[in-house]
Design a protein around this ligand. Structure first.
Ligand code: ASP
Length: 483
């Protein structure tokens, strides 16, 4: 049967999934309340939904869930199915992340035959990453100082919000303090794996980048006849992995629906409303970064125009938004940058994994806004020196932020401590963290794509828009003749 959306471009399909997820989520959120659960005989829906059938059994002395109404059972079934689809998709993306970095980097570097070029690509990327991160925090600080969202929170509201999230906030502060015990040297040393297999199995992206680079460099230094079969293997495996990404992407629209639905259903609308000015300030800052600063840099340093850029990378942006993880989005980001934007494999396979790990403009901007917001809430005036300290620490904190959901707020502790802002402020903003995490992750991924395009343009490794279109239009040669 031909699906009605057959032929619709991938980004439209994902967007459709996203919009439907929001609409259905809002309907459930408003119509299906705690009272609905109670009327169906469930007094503790949160435990029930978190623990599924096991929770039901433990709640019942007889260990059965017979007392549940059929409607409640159906609701639980669809809830669990929804969570399953979302998790399956995320598992698929994580499954592919390590192989795609390893194979494409090793194959790319091996065929480079030019270690100086590698150094150039690395140097340019890091410079752009640091510059854009500093710009991002500055924009965050400016918007937060101008809008002053912290001044609109009365003290009783602040205390009420903080009380709701007390425990979770304390665990975040503990997590951050454990991280701080490591010295800068240790952090740098951690990039180099002592056991390459452990690096691969633990999925530490920077360590995998080092393994891939080393294999690639070694191959390029070996006699050609010895290196060739290994390079062929890595090239072949890169193609295999790219095919798997394409397969996984087929369920992306459904998965995005599932992921977004859960977020919207779980959304505490009242918390969102009381932090609306703070949330809007973060979103405004991120929008300025994504839709003005990045396109402006692209215009100055590459031939990539506004429409071309966003059309090419929108699947990655939408996925980053739905998953709140730039690490999980990475395989799709690589696919978009290489196949849809026309950046060479050499540049993509280095710039994107490194960017996904260390370049977090959205997170840095968010940390800037959050720091100023909390200071304003407690009536603390931040001097220019304080704000410069925030620029510096938020740049470092964003580099250290892992590319998974919710870590940006953990690293915020370091920023707050640097300028003596009360850590208890974290509890106040936790309620809206997930939704802002989704927005900042989209910005993080957009920044990586922008840097890939600029570096590729400077190395003359960027296809023109027509060349990309020709490649996209070319029929897929799935079974070459003679095989
Ligand atoms: N979730 C973000 C990312 O994966 C990191 C963060 O800000 O929490 O890029």
């Amino acid at each position: 049967m031909r699906r009605p959306w057959h032929g619709l471009a991938l980004h439209w399909q994902i967007l459709l999934g996203l919009v439907l997820g929001v609409v259905v989520g809002l309907i459930i959120n408003t119509m299906w309340t705690a009272d609905t659960w109670r009327s169906l005989g469930v007094n503790d829906p949160a435990t029930l939904l978190a623990g599924g059938a096991k929770a039901v059994q433990s709640m019942q002395p007889g260990g059965s869930n017979e007392y549940l109404d059929t409607t409640a059972k159906l609701a639980i079934f669809f809830h669990d199915l929804n969570v399953f689809i979302g998790k399956l998709f995320m598992t698929g993306l994580k499954f592919i992340a390590v192989p795609i970095v390893l194979f494409s980097l090793a194959a790319g570097v091996a065929s480079l035959n030019d270690t100086a070029k590698l150094g150039r690509i690395g140097g340019k990327s890091i410079l752009l990453y640091l510059t854009t991160t500093a710009i991002a925090i500055t924009i965050g600080l400016l918007t937060a100082n101008i809008i002053a969202p912290g001044k609109s929170i009365p003290e009783d509201k602040r205390i009420e919000l903080a009380a709701q999230q007390q425990e979770l906030a304390e665990s975040k502060v503990d997590a951050a303090q454990a991280q701080q015990l490591r010295s800068t040297w240790d952090i740098i040393l951690d990039i180099f794996p002592s056991n390459p297999f452990k690096a691969l199995s633990s999925g530490n992206t920077l360590q995998v980048v080092v393994v891939g680079l080393l294999i690639g460099v070694a191959l390029s230094l070996m006699p050609k006849e010895q290196a060739e079969p290994v390079v062929d293997f890595f090239e072949g495996m890169t193609q295999v992995v790219i095919k798997i990404v394409e397969i996984i992407l087929k369920i992306a629209p459904y998965a995005v629906f599932a992921l977004i639905l859960k977020v919207v259903v779980d959304l505490g609308a009242d918390v969102l409303m009381s932090l609306i000015w703070y949330s809007l300030t973060v979103v405004l800052g991120l929008a300025v970064m994504m839709f003005f600063i990045y396109p402006a840099i692209l215009k100055m340093l590459s031939p990539v125009g506004y429409r071309r850029f966003f059309r090419a990378i929108s699947p990655a942006q939408l996925l980053a938004f739905s998953s709140a993880s730039s690490g999980a989005t990475m395989p799709v980001t690589m696919e978009c940058v290489e196949k849809r934007l026309g950046v060479s494999e050499d540049v993509t396979s280095f710039v994107i994994p490194v960017g996904a790990t260390i370049n977090m403009d959205g997170t840095a901007l968010y940390q800037g806004v959050a720091a100023v917001f909390i200071a304003q809430m407690y009536g603390i005036d931040l001097t220019i020196a304080n704000q410069l300290t925030i620029v510096l620490t938020a740049t470092l904190a964003s580099i250290g932020t892992a590319a998974v959901p919710g870590v940006g707020i953990v690293m915020l502790v370091i920023v707050l401590e640097a300028v003596h802002i009360p850590l208890s402020g974290i509890a106040v903003i936790l309620g809206v963290d997930r939704i802002l995490d989704m927005c900042r992750t989209s910005c993080n991924v957009t920044g990586d794509c922008m840097v890939a395009a600029v570096v590729a343009a400077s190395e003359n490794e960027l296809l023109t828009e027509d060349e990309v279109q020709q490649l996209l239009d070319a029929p897929l040669d799935e079974h070459p003749p003679g095989t």
